[in-house]
Design a protein around this ligand. Structure first.
Ligand code: GLA
Length: 410
């Protein structure tokens, strides 16, 4: 089977079709995403809905160890998060050691046995992700994949990884040196580098979700799906504070047409539970990410989570909005100063409506059913308050500062 897949990929190039249509299984183990934007070939099971799981960076950064990752896997199971869909356990930067004499990448002493940790995570019914860079060094100064792409992809597959985050980091220096002010050359160098790793991943024959991380440079959303991305970061790094989270989240407006099943805009990982936002702000963060069909990668210490944090991460109605099978990213339908209304079309004619108050005091939204595209008197479920809200022309929705009212209905 593997030989068939590899030779299939070697023979063909990019598949083009219509974005809205579903994945098509062409051989037992192989899917081709058909899309109105061009979408690269990929192996089966890749991110039909936005990936969910956990990533080590936002909390542990370069201190993460084998024990932390195992503890995260244990906590995903014990907390019920795995069963709610959080299945990827992603090791971010700082696992890398030196290469051996043959150029094979090795883990450093914080991760004494990669195969063992992969097996451990898999034994919990979870999947596992790894991190690298197209540059010679990662952002934290560890070994990158520059000139070792095929070899590294083979190693990830041999260890059993299911997901790769590929972070530009020092490749930016190479682009600057070689392209200077030549934007077309810079953009092309980046595409080539990301596509090179995509091909290397395909050659392994192992389905590996491919996550681009180059901070939205060169309008990545326009070319990432064609170059193999299942998801691509659209901005610089998130931080655990209201201003950076809301800046990143709300600036996704306009990118909705680039996302769809198998290929997603990624406004970065969650900060829920990291301690520097209020409960209301974390609810806004989670709601906005769900409206955006964003990957839900928790970034907190799962083994020391409060009930408040868990209740936000585990809100099944919010997760269902994020993971809706229609795969259509939401968009802004109305804005007035700091007040914004966003909607996301969902399966079966449902929709999610989010009333966001970015301001510094509680404020009321006027309900205008024409703007909302609903019938006056329609009954919606408030997914945080767990109550029914009737949306009547002329009524008002009161939302606290930095807060959200998130509704689902038709
Ligand atoms: C970059 C990425 C982060 C994280 C760090 C690791 O800043 O954007 O998400 O992966 O590198 O060094």
């Amino acid at each position: 089977m593997t030989t068939n897949i590899v030779s299939y990929f070697e023979r063909s190039s990019v598949t083009r079709g219509r974005c809205a249509s579903a994945f098509l299984t062409v051989v037992l183990n192989l899917s081709v995403a058909t899309s109105s934007c061009a979408v690269a070939q990929r192996l089966a099971s890749d991110a039909r809905t936005p990936p969910m799981g956990w990533n080590s960076w936002n909390h542990f950064a370069d201190k993460v160890t084998d024990a932390d990752v195992r503890a995260a896997a244990d906590a995903l199971v014990a907390s019920g998060m795995r069963d709610a869909g959080y299945v990827y356990v992603n090791i971010d930067d700082s696992w890398e050691g030196d290469r051996d004499a043959k150029g094979n990448v090795q883990s450093n002493k914080k991760f004494p046995d990669m195969k063992a940790i992969v097996d451990y995570v898999h034994s919990k019914g979870l999947k596992i992700g790894i991190y690298s860079s197209p540059g010679p060094k990662t952002c934290a100064g560890y070994e990158g994949s520059y000139n070792h792409e095929e070899q590294d992809a083979r190693k990830y597959a041999e260890w059993g990884f299911d997901y790769l985050k590929y972070d530009q980091c020092s490749f930016g220096d190479i682009i600057r040196q070689q392209a200077g002010e030549d934007l077309a050359k810079a953009s092309s160098m980046q595409r080539v580098a990301y596509e090179k790793m995509h091909k290397a991943l395909l050659h392994t024959g192992r389905p590996i979700v491919y996550s681009f991380c180059q901070y939205g440079l060169y309008a990545v959303w326009k070319w990432a799906p064609e170059n193999g991305a299942n998801l691509w970061r659209t901005t610089g790094d998130i931080k655990d504070n209201w201003s950076q989270m809301s800046l990143i989240g709300f600036q996704q407006s306009g990118l909705e047409r680039f996302a769809g099943p198998g290929h997603w805009n990624d406004p970065d990982m969650l900060e829920v539970g990291n301690g520097h936002m209020t409960k209301i702000e974390y609810q806004t963060h989670m709601s906005l990410w769900a409206i955006l069909a964003a990957p839900l990668l928790a970034g907190n210490d799962l083994s020391a989570m409060t009930q408040n944090t868990l209740s936000i991460l585990l809100n099944k109605d919010v997760i269902a909005i994020d993971q809706d099978r229609l795969g259509q990213q939401g968009y802004r339908v109305w804005a007035q100063g700091p007040l914004e209304i966003w909607e996301r079309p969902l399966e079966n004619g449902h929709k999610a409506i989010a009333f966001f108050n970015r301001g510094e005091s509680p404020m009321s939204f006027p309900v205008d059913v024409a703007t909302l595209g609903i019938n006056s008197g329609a009954a919606f479920t408030d997914v945080w308050q767990k109550k029914t809200t009737i949306l009547q022309d002329g009524s008002e929705i009161l939302v606290p500062n930095h807060g959200v009212t998130l509704l689902r209905g038709k």
